[in-house]
Design a protein around this ligand. Structure first.
Ligand code: ARG
Length: 589
């Protein structure tokens, strides 16, 4: 379906032409004086310069042409040269009925679907998930869903961090604790056990212990670096251990992501792309892109127009070890080979921006990507505590994601039980759904690149711009619809949304018709916060309408049918949007 603004613009284009003016001036926008009109065109002001006429004369002539259109109830030329447009009730309800009949609420699928890989989550194996990974998961999941809804082929890849020193640290610590294990015996030629020699709880304890020790004990740190090196150069026992670490970790990670309603198509990691590195590096050398500098192999990526210096992209250190950059480049090679993406979006902490500038430039320079493959860095800001500093536990440590989620859910449960008595298990189930909405909406309603303050009290409030407020609105609609059903009435199959009868009904309709434009924009800008802003406005408009209007008590049956349809459409719009954000509404709250 065409966007409503486009339909209106089609009319103004005709009107400008009919009045003898260039149609390029016919652009229509939402009104910034909603008290006067819903839409406006300011083109007469610009046209005045070209035609050497007073803007109001042009506006008058165009308004006269527009006067005959069925789309509008009233068109006014206003000094100095605004054209104020009020849409007709018939046009508005016809548009809504078309939306209502369409599964996709009038948002058309992309005509030319593109393949988009979204690199998000990015947890590090064997380290517990912490809030730093939360934003990537929440934002990436939403961007994925929005892009998919827009009709593209979208592949979400978790891109595990499974290739760094942390692996060597774990191996070293394990060797200290259980030196007899076959994995450490270089002469061992048998099969390694299927069962991992540790549980997830042990693994999570091993890493921080080893990491702390390596900071004090140089010999230990060197052993860990050596183990990392040997692992990366094919030592069998260590690779078998890596397999165990991955298995145990990934099982645990999957459980965590399921709780967050986050789902990946690919569970690939840094270790998977290591085989691509030698050939990639060789080619970069042969083609003359890479050169030695201070013992390391680098590719220059600075550009003349840079306002600050962009250091060379390092491929291999002097000891031949590869780096984070090398892995990301090799990942691009693999992705191009296996999936031929038109675009790769990286949802990563914005503090890694320089790294991605280097990687993207290097990939382009060395021809790792097609000319028209877009590489996009979606850097997000930090989640801060109320003190404005990065979120920490009360003891000052890094907050684990599980605790954070639990604390939100507990807060939610308290609030639910305060508001009315409810069966315990049911209350818990609801608290989980609403808690997730509180957490995700609290994050997504901010522009991703900005820092934000994590405020459990505000996020779980049922008033204001929050997830629970949106869910309350949906639950309210559901309960009205349930009551309607209980009256035993059936909506006639041809029941339509009729012309509005009040200002608040019209305001609700005007919000609803924005749906496809909002989705298109949210997709193009990879901006879930635009979806949040939309549903907040929509929920406000609905609640105002609800408070001012008789729905089940409507004067006549036709009017009731129309309003029930309007409710169904509002629910559908809200539910579609929250699905794009990655959460859902309970039946009751
Ligand atoms: N594992 C990394 C970290 O925790 C994030 C990975 C981001 N993705 C990427 N392709 N580099 O910082």
């Amino acid at each position: 379906m065409k966007k409503i603004l486009d339909l209106i613009t089609e009319e103004t284009v005709k009107a400008f032409a009919a009045a003898g003016y260039d149609a390029k001036y016919a652009r229509v926008t939402l009104s910034n004086r909603p008290d006067l009109c819903e839409y406006q065109c300011n083109g007469a002001m610009a046209a005045a310069k070209e035609y050497h006429k007073a803007p109001i004369m042009i506006a008058d002539a165009v308004a006269k042409e527009l006067g005959g259109s069925k789309l509008f109830e009233d068109v006014q030329a206003v000094k100095p040269g605004f054209i104020n447009i009020k849409v007709s009730a018939g046009f508005l309800s016809a548009y809504l009925n078309d939306m209502h009949k369409d599964e996709r609420l009038g948002f058309e699928k992309a005509e030319h679907p593109r393949t988009i890989i979204i690199d998000y989550g990015g947890p590090n194996v064997a380290k517990p998930l912490h809030v730093g990974h939360l934003r990537s998961a929440i934002i990436g999941e939403s961007v994925k869903r929005i892009s998919r809804f827009a009709g593209h082929k979208v592949i979400g890849d978790v891109h595990l961090g499974d290739w760094g020193l942390q692996m060597g640290l774990i191996i070293t610590e394990l060797k200290e604790r259980k030196p007899k294990l076959a994995y450490f015996d270089e002469g061992y030629t048998g099969e390694y056990p299927k069962e991992a020699p540790f549980t997830i709880a042990e693994l999570e304890e091993i890493y921080p212990t080893a990491s702390a020790r390596s900071k004090e004990d140089t010999a230990y740190k060197e052993a860990a670096m050596q183990a990392t090196y040997e692992l990366q150069h094919g030592r069998k026992g260590y690779q078998a251990l890596l397999g165990h670490i991955l298995n145990v970790s990934v099982t645990d990670l999957k459980r965590n992501y399921v709780n967050l309603n986050v789902e990946f198509d690919l569970w690939k990691g840094e270790s998977d792309v290591q085989p691509y590195i030698p050939d990639m590096v060789k080619e970069m050398e042969e083609k003359g892109y890479a050169h030695m500098s201070e013992g390391a192999l680098v590719v220059d990526v600075s550009e003349e127009t840079d306002s600050k210096e962009i250091p060379p992209c390092m491929l291999l250190k002097s000891d031949g070890a590869s780096l984070y950059t090398t892995t990301d480049l090799a990942t691009i090679v693999e992705r191009m080979k296996l999936y031929h993406p038109d675009e790769i979006i990286y949802v990563v902490d914005k503090r890694q921006e320089l790294h991605f500038i280097q990687v993207f430039r290097c990939a382009r320079k060395c021809g790792l990507v097609d000319e028209n493959t877009k590489l996009r860095f979606l850097g997000f800001g930090t989640m801060n505590g109320k003190d404005g500093k990065p979120f920490k536990t009360r003891e000052g440590g890094i907050m684990r994601l599980e605790y954070l989620i639990r604390s939100i859910n507990e807060r939610m449960l308290e609030k639910i039980q305060e508001s009315r008595p409810m069966d315990g298990a049911q209350a818990e189930e609801i608290a989980e759904l609403v808690g997730l909405a509180a957490l995700k909406y609290g994050d997504l309603s901010n522009q991703a690149s900005k820092d934000y303050v994590f405020d459990a009290d505000r996020f779980t409030s049922s008033e204001g711009n929050t997830g629970p407020y949106i869910l309350y609105t949906i639950v309210r609609i559901k309960s009205i619809l349930k009551k309607y059903e209980e009256t035993g009435k059936k909506l006639p199959p041809d029941a339509e949304i009729g012309p509005y009868r009040s200002e608040s009904e019209k305001a609700l309709m005007l919000e609803l018709v924005k749906f496809n434009a909002v989705m298109e924009n949210a997709f193009e800008e990879a901006a879930p916060h635009k979806v949040c802003a939309y549903i907040y406005d929509l929920a406000n408009a609905f609640n105002k309408f609800y408070h001012e209007t008789k729905i089940l008590g409507a004067e006549d049956e036709g009017l009731q049918d129309s309003r029930i349809q309007l409710l169904l459409l509002t629910r559908k719009a809200l539910e579609t949007c929250i699905d794009m954000l990655g959460f859902e509404a309970p039946e009751r709250m």
